[in-house]
Design a protein around this ligand. Structure first.
Ligand SMILES: [Zn+2]
Length: 379
């Protein structure tokens, strides 16, 4: 079992954003690799804390985590791709570097070398994210689906070469010295020439823009886990826009799920509702009916003497929950259609039955009233 994100950061479930940040800072400092050189456990904890913070510091991700737990970021199919897990140290420093403030190193780039002796002076520049909306039918949501979408994204133009930025000597940052009443103050700011990349375009191919990038249409295949809901966002790493330079990382593709309204099935969480209308004779005499489910039609039996308002529960015929806690049910609401246009003969028939003992309502004979049944359903 994966450890709870709140637990990892040592905070309560209703922590404020400031408390979340504080919790992360505490853990990050405690397990910082500079403080625990060569300690694999500390490094794991350091990564865990960053992963927890990545989710809890993002309003959207936090909401999903609070609702679905870790499953919100897992891919049903098991193959990689979606956000969450597997952050590497570079990601951690480029995303959350600022949270450490002056706790380590200090000045210039921040952290000293680590992770195989690499020295890192600057954050890797990340390309912008792209967002697309993907529409899914309830049938697709029920099973999970792989969608191929066309995405126009910026990629490095073939033939583009880069050279070290001379303004910042490849640091991506420039130091500014200002005189204040307290003395000379040094502060770092993003290099105005390379915008933090540390590199500038050397050779610009014909179709490339000034950053050495070009637009390209690409088909991206997206594995969507079963049970997603309207508005859920999935992340496909590295399928957003590229950023200029050899050391940059591509942005991500954010996939926003849209649910296509079903003709006959209504969704309520993992349960589905279906309104079935039967005519008067069918309710009286009983009949078999075909109804829609997310996995095709199924036949159900309407018993003779079925009352309007009866609800049939087809267990497991609803939708799977995204956190794999099983399937919801399909609830079939039976409505008896009262005939409105009657022939003279039919009218006579019903007049004759008006005071017949068998036509007199006797609700106490039913096992449960309609309201009790509804109450049962939600308890
Ligand atoms: Zn520069």
């Amino acid at each position: 079992m994966k450890q709870d994100f709140y637990e990892i950061l040592g905070i309560s479930k209703n922590a404020t954003p400031a408390e979340i940040k504080k919790g992360y800072r505490k853990m990050a400092i405690k397990y910082h690799p500079d403080k625990n050189p060569g300690d694999k456990t500390a490094e794991e904890n350091f990564k865990k804390a960053a992963e927890a913070y990545e989710v809890l510091s993002d309003e959207n991700k936090k909401a999903r985590y609070d609702q679905y737990g870790h499953a919100a970021f897992e891919n049903g199919g098991g193959a990689g791709g979606f956000g969450g897990g597997g952050m590497n140290m570079d990601d951690i420093f480029s995303q959350f570097g600022d949270i450490f403030g002056g706790a380590f190193g200090g000045g210039g780039g921040g952290f000293g070398g680590f992770g195989g002796g690499q020295s890192r002076g600057r954050a890797r520049v990340k390309g912008s994210n792209l967002r697309i909306r993907v529409k899914l039918t309830l049938e697709e949501i029920a099973k999970g689906v792989e969608k191929k979408v066309k995405v126009r994204r910026k990629v490095s133009a073939p033939g583009a070469t880069f050279k070290t930025c001379t303004t910042c000597n490849g640091n991506g940052q420039v130091m500014r010295v200002t005189n204040t009443i307290l003395g000379r103050m040094q502060s770092a700011s993003t290099c105005p020439t390379c915008h933090g990349a540390g590199e500038i375009l050397d050779k610009r191919p014909k179709n490339a823009d000034a950053q050495g990038l070009e637009q390209k249409e690409e088909t991206v295949s997206i594995k969507i886990p079963a049970g997603v809901t309207e508005g859920v966002q999935l992340k496909v790493n590295g399928k957003g826009n590229a950023a200029p330079g050899n050391n940059s990382v591509d942005g991500d593709l954010i996939v926003v799920i849209e649910e296509i309204k079903h003709d006959t099935l209504k969704r309520e969480g993992t349960n589905l509702h279906y309104d079935l209308y039967v005519n008067y004779s069918e309710a009286v005499l009983g009949i078999d009916k075909n109804i829609d489910t997310v996995s095709g039609k199924v036949k159900i039996k309407i018993e003779p003497g079925t009352q309007s308002g009866k609800i049939l529960r087809l267990r497991g015929k609803g939708l799977p929950s995204i956190d794999h806690y099983g399937n919801g049910d399909l609830l079939v609401h039976i409505n008896v259609w009262t005939p409105q246009n009657l022939s003279k003969e039919q009218k006579k028939f019903f007049e004759k039955m008006m005071n017949d003992e068998n036509f007199t309502p006797n609700p106490s004979k039913f096992d449960k009233s309609f309201f009790e049944k509804v109450k049962d359903m939600f308890s």
